[in-house]
Design a protein around this ligand. Sequence first.
Ligand SMILES: O=C1C=CC(S(=O)(=O)O)=CC1(O)O
Ligand SMILES: [Fe+2]
Length: 335
Amino acid sequence: MSELPKAPDVVRSCYAELVVTDLERAHWFWVELLGLHVQHREDGVLCLRGSDELTHHNLVLREGPVAALDHIAYRVRTPEDVDRAERYFTAVGSPVRRIPAGEGTPGVGDAVRVVDPLGFPVEFFHDISRAERLIQRYDLKRGARIARLDHFNIVVPDIPAAYRHYEALGFGCSETIEDEHEMYAAWMYRKQTVHDVAFTGGAGPRMHHIGMATHESHSVLHTADILGSLHQEGFIERGPGRHGVSNAFYVYLRDPDGHRVEIYTSDYYTGDPDHETFRWNVHDDRRRDFWGNAVIESWYKEATPVLDLAGNVTPISESAIDESATRVGADGLGD
Ligand SMILES: O=C1C=CC(S(=O)(=O)O)=CC1(O)O
Ligand SMILES: [Fe+2]
């Protein structure tokens, strides 16, 4: 097989574009409840960001008929890396579309969108509009006090294939869940934290969740308290709790369309060149919740469909393995 072109130099996971069926209802959840800042609004589109985000957005909500992931987006180091992404994904046989500045997502410059080998719609871009510095605008911080987007979690039927794809893009691996036969999950990074992307085993391609970072664990608790106060506790799916993997403090919510979001804080540094992968045994019931709390079935089974470059929902393939069927203490749902 001839040598592949050089992969693009990914800096970080930057934003996701989600299709929502009712933009006003989504505005209530993501802006009024969670406190994301509105950077841009136009007919049927909302561009939102956390307080630490210095570029145009971390989340784009676009009103449409079917709740789905339109694309996830990685920022690359240079404009030339957008060209590299186009060459690389063309060489691996992916559908590729170049999107000139002004013709794609508001605020984003020249970009390339692909359907990657895992079936996910992914954008690579460098140029994006700058935004007002809100890092110390404590007067504007509300709800979950979200700082920035931290990661994407994607559902894939073949975890080793996902691992190989992202390893080829230069991602490191911080943690895995394994046994002597299988890899059940993996967390991979380009920025120097636990992950930019994680893989959950299951029927896919589907989007499991977007992880939004907040600075303090009391903001995670405060998010749950706000929902309780509003008698909207039904939006809480899992947690609050302490993860085994990543050591982060977390709560998972489902938005009005069922899109899952994790409010996440206090993971750790992974930037040394010899950083070693920490491997959890699938039979350790502290792996997903360090206190041994059960992972409810919807967290393993439910996820968001993804669109192809034509905007059609991508069919999914079943997974050969099912972590939730592994009998492990509190969260084994199998026999
Ligand atoms: O961000 C994450 C960190 C850890 C976990 S887990 O539930 O601890 O595996 C899940 C997660 O991928 O959402
Ligand atoms: Fe996560």
